[in-house]
Unconditional design. Structure first.
Length: 202
Protein backbone atom coordinates (compact mmCIF):
# COMPACT_ATOMS: atom_id res chain seq x y z
CA UNK A 1 0.00 0.00 0.00
CA UNK A 2 2.79 2.45 0.90
CA UNK A 3 4.67 1.56 -2.29
CA UNK A 4 1.52 2.12 -4.34
CA UNK A 5 0.87 5.53 -2.72
CA UNK A 6 4.47 6.54 -3.34
CA UNK A 7 4.24 5.32 -6.93
CA UNK A 8 1.04 7.26 -7.61
CA UNK A 9 2.51 10.45 -6.12
CA UNK A 10 5.67 10.01 -8.20
CA UNK A 11 3.67 9.45 -11.40
CA UNK A 12 1.55 12.54 -10.68
CA UNK A 13 4.65 14.61 -9.94
CA UNK A 14 6.38 13.55 -13.15
CA UNK A 15 3.24 14.06 -15.21
CA UNK A 16 2.70 17.55 -13.82
CA UNK A 17 6.37 18.40 -14.29
CA UNK A 18 6.25 17.28 -17.92
CA UNK A 19 3.21 19.47 -18.52
CA UNK A 20 4.88 22.44 -16.83
CA UNK A 21 8.07 21.98 -18.84
CA UNK A 22 6.26 21.68 -22.16
CA UNK A 23 3.72 24.44 -21.47
CA UNK A 24 6.30 26.85 -20.10
CA UNK A 25 8.81 26.63 -22.92
CA UNK A 26 9.02 27.77 -26.49
CA UNK A 27 8.21 25.40 -29.34
CA UNK A 28 11.87 24.39 -29.47
CA UNK A 29 13.18 22.88 -26.22
CA UNK A 30 16.60 24.15 -25.21
CA UNK A 31 19.48 23.40 -22.84
CA UNK A 32 17.55 24.97 -19.95
CA UNK A 33 14.79 22.41 -20.48
CA UNK A 34 17.40 19.65 -20.48
CA UNK A 35 18.79 20.90 -17.16
CA UNK A 36 15.30 21.13 -15.69
CA UNK A 37 14.55 17.54 -16.73
CA UNK A 38 17.84 16.27 -15.27
CA UNK A 39 17.16 18.05 -11.98
CA UNK A 40 13.58 16.79 -11.84
CA UNK A 41 14.54 13.18 -12.56
CA UNK A 42 17.39 13.25 -10.07
CA UNK A 43 15.17 14.66 -7.33
CA UNK A 44 12.24 12.37 -8.10
CA UNK A 45 14.31 9.22 -8.24
CA UNK A 46 16.61 10.18 -5.36
CA UNK A 47 19.60 9.90 -7.66
CA UNK A 48 22.85 11.79 -7.77
CA UNK A 49 22.66 13.83 -11.02
CA UNK A 50 26.10 12.57 -12.02
CA UNK A 51 24.84 8.97 -11.87
CA UNK A 52 21.31 9.51 -13.19
CA UNK A 53 21.65 7.12 -16.12
CA UNK A 54 23.13 4.38 -13.94
CA UNK A 55 20.18 4.82 -11.60
CA UNK A 56 17.76 4.46 -14.52
CA UNK A 57 19.10 0.94 -15.11
CA UNK A 58 17.91 -0.02 -11.63
CA UNK A 59 14.49 1.55 -12.27
CA UNK A 60 14.14 -0.52 -15.46
CA UNK A 61 14.25 -3.75 -13.46
CA UNK A 62 10.94 -3.21 -11.69
CA UNK A 63 9.02 -0.41 -13.36
CA UNK A 64 5.28 0.13 -13.34
CA UNK A 65 4.01 0.81 -16.90
CA UNK A 66 2.50 4.16 -15.83
CA UNK A 67 5.80 5.31 -14.35
CA UNK A 68 7.62 4.04 -17.44
CA UNK A 69 5.40 6.24 -19.61
CA UNK A 70 6.19 9.39 -17.61
CA UNK A 71 9.91 8.61 -17.59
CA UNK A 72 9.81 7.97 -21.33
CA UNK A 73 8.20 11.37 -22.00
CA UNK A 74 10.71 13.22 -19.83
CA UNK A 75 13.74 11.41 -21.25
CA UNK A 76 12.58 12.03 -24.81
CA UNK A 77 12.08 15.71 -23.98
CA UNK A 78 15.57 15.74 -22.42
CA UNK A 79 17.12 14.23 -25.54
CA UNK A 80 15.32 16.72 -27.79
CA UNK A 81 16.50 19.59 -25.57
CA UNK A 82 20.20 18.95 -25.46
CA UNK A 83 23.00 18.85 -27.95
CA UNK A 84 25.29 17.12 -25.51
CA UNK A 85 26.45 13.53 -25.61
CA UNK A 86 23.62 12.77 -23.18
CA UNK A 87 21.05 13.07 -25.98
CA UNK A 88 21.68 9.62 -27.43
CA UNK A 89 21.60 8.06 -23.96
CA UNK A 90 18.32 9.80 -23.21
CA UNK A 91 16.81 8.62 -26.50
CA UNK A 92 17.95 5.08 -25.71
CA UNK A 93 16.44 5.10 -22.21
CA UNK A 94 13.28 6.74 -23.53
CA UNK A 95 12.91 3.81 -25.94
CA UNK A 96 13.45 1.27 -23.14
CA UNK A 97 10.79 2.92 -21.00
CA UNK A 98 8.43 3.16 -24.00
CA UNK A 99 8.54 -0.64 -24.30
CA UNK A 100 7.77 -0.97 -20.58
CA UNK A 101 4.88 1.51 -20.89
CA UNK A 102 2.95 -0.84 -23.19
CA UNK A 103 0.80 -2.04 -20.30
CA UNK A 104 -0.33 1.46 -19.36
CA UNK A 105 -3.41 3.38 -20.43
CA UNK A 106 -1.00 5.41 -22.58
CA UNK A 107 0.18 2.42 -24.59
CA UNK A 108 -0.62 3.96 -28.00
CA UNK A 109 1.22 7.18 -27.12
CA UNK A 110 4.20 5.13 -25.93
CA UNK A 111 4.26 3.17 -29.19
CA UNK A 112 3.98 6.39 -31.20
CA UNK A 113 6.96 7.72 -29.28
CA UNK A 114 8.83 4.48 -29.96
CA UNK A 115 8.09 4.88 -33.70
CA UNK A 116 9.51 8.40 -33.53
CA UNK A 117 12.57 7.16 -31.63
CA UNK A 118 13.05 4.50 -34.33
CA UNK A 119 13.74 7.34 -36.78
CA UNK A 120 16.38 8.82 -34.46
CA UNK A 121 18.32 5.89 -32.98
CA UNK A 122 18.95 2.21 -33.57
CA UNK A 123 16.48 0.21 -31.50
CA UNK A 124 17.28 -3.17 -29.97
CA UNK A 125 15.38 -6.30 -30.96
CA UNK A 126 12.92 -6.13 -28.06
CA UNK A 127 11.96 -2.56 -28.98
CA UNK A 128 11.52 -3.51 -32.63
CA UNK A 129 9.36 -6.47 -31.62
CA UNK A 130 7.07 -4.13 -29.69
CA UNK A 131 6.63 -2.05 -32.85
CA UNK A 132 6.14 -5.12 -35.02
CA UNK A 133 3.45 -6.50 -32.70
CA UNK A 134 1.64 -3.16 -32.79
CA UNK A 135 1.84 -2.94 -36.58
CA UNK A 136 0.40 -6.45 -36.86
CA UNK A 137 -2.38 -5.71 -34.38
CA UNK A 138 -3.40 -2.78 -36.60
CA UNK A 139 -3.24 -4.87 -39.77
CA UNK A 140 -0.18 -3.15 -41.21
CA UNK A 141 1.41 -6.35 -42.47
CA UNK A 142 3.96 -4.85 -44.87
CA UNK A 143 5.39 -2.60 -42.16
CA UNK A 144 5.44 -5.50 -39.71
CA UNK A 145 7.39 -7.63 -42.19
CA UNK A 146 9.97 -4.87 -42.64
CA UNK A 147 10.38 -4.71 -38.87
CA UNK A 148 10.69 -8.50 -38.71
CA UNK A 149 13.76 -8.48 -40.95
CA UNK A 150 15.16 -5.48 -39.08
CA UNK A 151 14.84 -7.51 -35.86
CA UNK A 152 16.74 -10.40 -37.41
CA UNK A 153 19.47 -8.01 -38.56
CA UNK A 154 19.84 -6.81 -34.97
CA UNK A 155 19.64 -10.14 -33.17
CA UNK A 156 18.91 -13.44 -34.89
CA UNK A 157 18.35 -15.89 -32.06
CA UNK A 158 16.78 -19.29 -32.77
CA UNK A 159 13.62 -18.05 -31.00
CA UNK A 160 13.39 -15.01 -33.26
CA UNK A 161 13.88 -17.12 -36.38
CA UNK A 162 11.13 -19.43 -35.13
CA UNK A 163 8.93 -16.40 -34.54
CA UNK A 164 9.67 -15.20 -38.08
CA UNK A 165 8.48 -18.54 -39.46
CA UNK A 166 5.37 -18.31 -37.29
CA UNK A 167 4.79 -14.82 -38.68
CA UNK A 168 4.62 -16.19 -42.23
CA UNK A 169 2.55 -19.20 -41.09
CA UNK A 170 0.04 -16.76 -39.63
CA UNK A 171 -0.09 -14.77 -42.87
CA UNK A 172 -0.70 -17.87 -44.97
CA UNK A 173 -4.02 -18.39 -43.19
CA UNK A 174 -5.31 -14.96 -44.19
CA UNK A 175 -7.47 -14.53 -47.28
CA UNK A 176 -6.55 -12.20 -50.15
CA UNK A 177 -8.80 -9.39 -48.86
CA UNK A 178 -7.21 -9.39 -45.40
CA UNK A 179 -3.76 -9.38 -46.97
CA UNK A 180 -4.69 -6.54 -49.33
CA UNK A 181 -5.91 -4.45 -46.39
CA UNK A 182 -2.46 -4.95 -44.86
CA UNK A 183 -0.79 -3.91 -48.14
CA UNK A 184 0.41 -7.48 -48.71
CA UNK A 185 -0.21 -10.46 -51.01
CA UNK A 186 0.24 -14.25 -51.19
CA UNK A 187 3.20 -13.70 -53.56
CA UNK A 188 4.86 -11.49 -50.93
CA UNK A 189 4.41 -14.23 -48.33
CA UNK A 190 6.36 -16.59 -50.59
CA UNK A 191 9.00 -13.92 -51.25
CA UNK A 192 9.26 -13.24 -47.53
CA UNK A 193 9.71 -16.93 -46.75
CA UNK A 194 12.39 -17.21 -49.44
CA UNK A 195 14.16 -14.16 -48.02
CA UNK A 196 13.95 -15.65 -44.53
CA UNK A 197 15.35 -19.00 -45.73
CA UNK A 198 18.16 -17.25 -47.60
CA UNK A 199 18.84 -15.11 -44.56
CA UNK A 200 19.01 -18.18 -42.26
CA UNK A 201 21.31 -19.97 -44.72
CA UNK A 202 23.89 -17.12 -44.54
Amino acid sequence: MIRNDYLMRLIEKLSQAFFNLVAGKSATPDETTASDVERLLSESLNANPMFLFSHLDAVLDDCDPRLAFELMRLLKLHAESTSSSKAEKSFHYAAKFAVLARGSQNEEAALDALRDLHTRIDLDAEMLEALMDDELSHGRIATAENLLFEILDVEATPERIERANAFFDRLEILDDDALARGNFSKAEINEGRQSLNAWVAK
